[in-house]
Design a protein around this ligand. Structure first.
Ligand SMILES: [Zn+2]
Length: 134
């Protein structure tokens, strides 16, 4: 059972910087890496455009998503997580929960109001994973 998402502090800085640059829109990115037992290890972050251009929702254009999948495959990695920011607490919204059920990989959410960074996974229930920064 997946329990932990492992990221480097460089990845966190990258996500925070990109999120600040995207304001006032929500930012989104895909996390590439490997699954290793109970751990998901992130090795690359690919930032994507928020196709919704919205302050409160996000979506990734199918063509861009396809390019990221190709890129991941070429580098022998999997898409192991979805990142987006919230102008609110880092808690999945009703819309997020709907899409988390369709994409049952870890969802990493950064709050731009209090800087909280929390990762959730849907597997029958929404549960929080341990975030490990190394
Ligand atoms: Zn959200």
């Amino acid at each position: 059972m997946i329990r932990r998402l492992i990221l480097s502090s460089k990845h966190i800085d990258e996500l925070k910087r990109f999120t600040i640059d995207s304001l006032p829109q929500e930012s989104c990115a895909l996390l590439l890496g490997d699954i290793n037992g109970d751990d998901i290890v992130v090795s690359r972050i690919i930032s994507t455009k928020n196709a919704d251009k919205s302050k409160t929702t996000f979506s990734i254009e199918p063509n861009e998503l396809f390019e990221v999948y190709k890129d991941a495959e070429n580098s022998g990695l999997d898409i192991v997580g979805i990142f987006h920011s919230h102008p609110a607490p880092a808690k999945p919204s009703t819309i997020d929960i709907k899409y988390m059920k369709i994409n049952p990989i870890p969802w990493l959410i950064l709050s731009t109001t209090n800087n909280e960074l929390i990762v959730f996974l849907y597997d029958n229930i929404i549960r929080q994973l341990e975030l490990v920064i190394n």
